[in-house]
Write a protein that binds this ligand. Structure first.
Ligand SMILES: Cc1cc2nc3c(=O)[nH]c(=O)nc-3n(C[C@H](O)[C@H](O)[C@H](O)COP(=O)(O)OP(=O)(O)OC[C@H]3O[C@@H](n4cnc5c(N)ncnc54)[C@H](O)[C@@H]3O)c2cc1C
Length: 435
């Protein structure tokens, strides 16, 4: 009876055994983190696995070909997570340590500083650096990660996966070969079409387009300062200029973003044209960013992680890749690789990220409402100024903004901070001052 058979299969406990093969499809951060977590956890149990990472991209190349296109800010929670795995990011990978955000709001520029020196934030290149840079290619973060995973015992298969079929086990097909997997980890992100065959019933997350460019860092922009721009008169939600060594990444988020949007943004913000001239422009791309959660992102003997499953809204995608990979691999080792194991132990973690993003959406709406209300905006600016050192007001608004920009705190924490008596009291005092 098919129904009874279905229940039996579902209830069956499946575990990895010595000599089993794990195919990780995609060797960006999520795939490499999965390999690192899995090999560590398996090693603690003396379980010998063959871990293959399928990744066709050569991360040592300059330009979009060698790069998993992103602004490359690493959050403090990611850096802490890496330390927990015994990994320290080498100096040659780090492009800048970021300590200040300059917030550009209409005519005002508000500077907020890192208040906790233990929460380090870094910028890196994902690949070899901008296409037309005049320096030798950089040692990118993704390159370092895949090397670290291989040092721990993973095997890099430098091939694109064409299809993954769901037979008795998942089967990974490249142009030349076919690999039967005891477990398949899907870590392809959202910037290429999914090789999963339709019998996986996987639906990728919703995405938006962003624009990015690289320029030579203007001489008068400090190397540790991110400039963030909010423009209430356009569809642009947010723009940021992030120092990376002698270069600067400009990333733009909003509706109907095209590569040209960066040129329009530079003109609109009245940024010095000499800094952003065609000669100083070194790269450029329009990648997709995940803003929702995937559906059907796990099953018997397979699980999706990183962007391909769920990520934090507009923030700390690499951190999410780390922690979804950790939650999935802990499930694999502790509870097994059945659909039920993932449903009971991995899905709740992904649901927490999805629910936290709802608070993020709410905070972004509140922020936009404030940008469009001159009185509220003035009250908020007054409140932040009253919170500066030497003033009696408890610093709360600057911390909330810092958390929003860096991804250092959950959106839920920030939302409740913004409803706290301190936050509301400071805003009220700011409002009084504005009249
Ligand atoms: C403009 C922009 C700026 C961003 N800025 C930041 C930031 O500053 N900080 C931050 O933390 N996050 C940032 N993000 C988000 C971040 O880029 C992602 O969350 C992160 O890269 C997700 O990692 P991943 O491994 O899941 O996916 P990816 O990084 O996309 O990696 C997927 C990998 O899978 C490989 N792959 C794809 N298809 C196949 C296939 N068929 N066979 C084999 N391999 C395949 C790809 O080559 C790639 O290496 C930004 C995103 C965008 C779009």
């Amino acid at each position: 009876m098919p129904h009874t058979l279905g229940i039996c299969t579902y209830a069956m406990t499946l575990h990895l055994a010595d000599g089993d093969r794990v195919c990780i499809v995609g060797g960006g951060p999520a795939g490499c983190f999965a390999a690192l977590h899995l090999l560590r956890l398996a090693g603690q149990r003396d379980l010998k696995l063959e871990v293959l990472i399928f990744e066709p991209r050569d991360f040592s190349l300059r330009g979009p070909g060698g790069c998993n296109r992103c602004a490359g800010i690493l959050s403090s929670r990611l850096i802490r997570g890496l330390a927990g795995l015994g990994l320290t990011i080498p100096d040659e990978v780090v492009q800048s340590e970021l300590k200040t955000y300059a917030i550009h709001l209409d005519e005002e520029v508000l500077t907020i500083h890192q208040s906790d020196p233990d929460r380090q934030i870094l910028s890196v290149y994902r690949g070899g650096g901008p296409r037309s840079g005049d320096k030798p290619p950089s040692f990118g973060f993704d390159n370092w990660l895949i090397e670290s995973a291989c040092l721990q015992g993973a095997i890099h298969v430098p091939e694109r996966v064409r299809t993954i079929t769901n037979e008795e086990r998942p089967v990974v097909h490249t142009r030349e070969n076919r690999y039967e997997a005891d477990l398949m980890v899907f870590a392809c992100g959202v910037n290429s079409s999914s090789p999963l065959s339709s019998d996986f019933s996987y639906e990728p997350p919703e995405t938006v387009i962003m624009a990015q460019d690289e320029f030579l860092l203007p001489d008068d922009v400090p190397i540790d300062q991110v400039s963030a721009y909010f423009d209430k008169t356009s569809d642009m939600l947010f723009a940021a200029m992030i120092p990376k060594g002698q270069y600067a990444n400009v990333s733009l988020l909003g509706e109907e973003i095209r590569l040209d949007s960066i040129r329009e943004f530079v003109a609109k913000q009245n940024l010095p044209k000499a800094y952003f001239s065609e000669e100083r422009r070194l790269c450029g791309c329009t990648p997709k960013s995940a803003i929702g959660a995937a559906k059907g992102y796990y099953g018997s003997r397979w699980v999706a992680i990183g962007d391909a499953a769920v990520t934090r809204l507009y923030k700390d995608g690499i951190g999410s890749a780390f922690y979804t990979a950790e939650a999935a691999m802990q499930t694999v080792i502790t509870h097994g690789i059945s659909e039920r194991a993932f449903k009971q132990n991995y899905a709740p973690y992904c649901n927490r990220i999805r629910n936290d993003n709802r608070y993020g959406q709410l905070l972004i709406k509140l922020w936009q409402r404030m940008l469009h209300s001159p009185h509220l905006l003035r009250a908020w600016l007054n409140a932040v100024n009253m919170e500066r050192p030497g003033n009696p007001a408890q610093p709360v608004h600057a911390r909330i903004l810092w958390g929003m920009l860096t991804g250092d705190d959950s959106y839920r924490t920030l939302f409740w901070h913004s409803c706290s008596p301190n936050a509301l009291g400071n805003l009220l005092r700011g409002l009084k001052r504005s009249f």
